[in-house]
Design a protein around this ligand. Sequence first.
Ligand SMILES: [Zn+2]
Length: 308
Amino acid sequence: MTSTALLALCLFQCVSVFGWGNEGHEYVNRVAAEKIPVEMPRFLRHSVAELTYLGPEPDRWRSPSEYALKNAQEPDHYIDLERVAWLDPLPPGRYEFYRKLYEKRAATSDHPDDYLPEHVGLQPYITMEIFGRLTAAFREYRHLREQHQPTSPVEHAIVFYAGWLGHYVADGSQPLHTTIHYNGWVGPNPKGYTTQHGIHAAFESAYVAQNVTAKDFAKLVRSPERLGDPFASYVNYLKESNRQVETVYSLEKAGGFTGKGSAEAFEFTTRRLAAGSQMLLDLWYTAWLDSASSPEIAPAAAAASPSK
Ligand SMILES: [Zn+2]
């Protein structure tokens, strides 16, 4: 394959699976960053440019030239909730989820590979793992402040985790990242929705880039709330997104995402982007508040019983 053909293939494949495109990811992170409340650390409130830059960061990890990275992280961007409707509630840990899926696969004769973890997607797991990293880093920041130690290194880590987290949270607000219908309707199709592999990019990239700005939905994002059970709240947020899959298809069918699109498509898209910023802001705020309590197992105790 020529390098031009390879580039064209990469562009097609990359664009076809990106969540919100570059602009949407920057907007979601920026709007959340601009709403960070005064009770959170000032350095974070002053990191709007860095947090905005990091919105699309995991989409920079999809090049074939970094194959191991591309391969390992692709399932992080989505979850096909229809494939796990039988698994409610979702287990809280990645490896418990893998085990349930492999058991299901072993008991399935029709398309068993549909239940491979990398085919179902790992969206809520990567999100909660980064949320955990952010909480741990906030805890370290509080500890260093108490000890009157320099905090600049941990501040860099916090900004990175917070920005990185934003990517997956934004993906979760895009209904097509929660469904088997992620890029064209599959299976029975009585309403005649498109089966073409263009709807995903047309909605989240081309339409958003041409018609939406961060200002258009910033006013829809409220002050943050602390989440009592972040994993349960996050899974509910994904389910809410999944309930809107058909709306994306009916808007597309009516031409809502073509060119300047329709008022209905604009309303829908800005509400989904706002939902992403709101969940991101709530998760940042929750991580900050949760970091004030002691970890369940102190690092010193963990060191006494080392794992592999
Ligand atoms: Zn993504």
